[in-house]
Design a protein around this ligand. Structure first.
Ligand SMILES: *[C@@H]1O[C@H](CO)[C@@H](O)[C@H](O)[C@H]1NC(C)=O
Ligand SMILES: *[C@@H]1O[C@H](CO)[C@@H](O)[C@H](O)[C@H]1NC(C)=O
Ligand SMILES: *[C@@H]1O[C@H](CO)[C@@H](O)[C@H](O)[C@H]1NC(C)=O
Length: 302
């Protein structure tokens, strides 16, 4: 690749980063999810996570959770792994029907990616062979992708309709600003909530969500992390919930050209905050299962 082209690509990349519309749950959303997850990690999972973090994270797990968005254009193969498109107006999801990219390649969607990266981490840690360097997979990347995609699968419009690209082609106004419905759910609802209710302070928002998990949602939250049949990861249920929420809340009263204001914002914000909470709790539960095998072996050896 020539110098000028590379430079142009870097400019485009920077521009894309500055245009949140093309990214997933914004930077804030992914950061919030991983901050919440951190609270629920077992000691062993936290230990394994810290070992896998790149130096650039400086020990902060949440710092790597937006990473997958920043490599989306460099690793262009990873772009379809951020979402799963479902048939128009069906309001349901099926892995075998829906999990493919736009060329029809199977398993190339967000739920397929969650299985993929769970398996990579699990097989590296579960075997008797602990020499991680013999393994072909980059486990640091596996952790960073997994932590990002468990967040994405909870954003209702990451499991939206094929015809409108998960709300990306539905142009609306968010108060006075022109944008698209997908971006409203990735970023605008969170941004408006930060300004209106949390004094523009992300940590205040994180604390409020943590308090709801410990209080308002407590009984529910006890089961959020469970997987049927003792599976290590179970993203299909999260995708089904998402497309159902997309129909009930995201698409509802948000037709092309509509202006979304207080009524939409205040009724959808609780959904967004609950999805952030569920992503965090479920990410922690998944990582706890992945890295639990390590504990068994560590205990057997001691
Ligand atoms: C699985 O992970 C590898 C390594 O990142 C990647 O090359 C492959 O495309 C992934 N496949 C899916 C379905 O996520
Ligand atoms: C694994 O991925 C990270 C992040 O992309 C990279 O910095 C690191 O060099 C990779 N490690 C190996 C062994 O390729
Ligand atoms: C799940 O695992 C637990 C503990 O290993 C076991 O007691 C239980 O029977 C398992 N449940 C299923 C449905 O496999």
């Amino acid at each position: 690749m020539g110098g000028p082209l590379l430079l142009w690509n870097m400019r485009l990349f920077t521009l894309l980063l500055l245009m949140p519309g093309v990214l997933c749950w914004g930077h804030e959303g992914h950061y919030v999810i991983c901050k919440i997850a951190e609270e629920y990690l077992s000691e062993d999972a936290l230990f394994a996570v810290k070992q896998l973090l790149p130096d650039s994270a400086e020990g902060d797990f949440a710092a790597v959770c937006p990473w997958a968005d920043t490599v989306r254009f460099h690793y262009h193969w990873s772009s379809p792994l951020h979402y799963v498109d479902t048939p128009d107006f069906k309001c349901n999801y099926k892995y075998c029907r829906d999990c493919h990219d736009s060329y029809g390649h199977k398993d190339r969607c967000v739920t397929g990616a969650i299985y993929n990266y769970t398996m990579q981490l699990e097989s590296a840690y579960a075997g008797n062979n602990f020499d991680l360097s013999t393994c072909g997979d980059n486990l640091t990347e596996a952790l960073m992708f997994l932590s990002h995609f468990v967040g994405d699968v909870h954003q209702p419009l990451h499991c939206g309709f094929t015809g409108d690209l998960g709300g990306n082609t539905i142009i609306v106004r968010w108060y006075r600003r022109k944008t698209n419905l997908h971006h409203v759910w990735d970023t605008m609802i969170i941004d408006s909530a930060l300004k209106k209710f949390y004094n523009s302070d992300l940590s205040t928002m994180i604390q409020a969500i943590q308090m709801n998990i410990a209080d308002t949602w407590y009984n529910d939250a006890l089961t959020w992390g469970h997987c049927a049949h003792n599976y290590t990861a179970c993203p299909d249920g999260y995708a089904s919930e998402s497309v159902s929420l997309a129909c009930k809340f995201a698409y509802k009263n948000a037709t092309p050209g509509s202006t979304l204001e207080d009524e939409y914002f205040l009724s959808r914000l609780p959904i967004v905050e609950k999805r952030l909470a569920q992503s965090g709790v479920r990410l922690a539960a998944t990582l706890n299962r992945i890295f639990a095998s390590q504990t068994r072996i560590a205990q057997a050896e001691s």
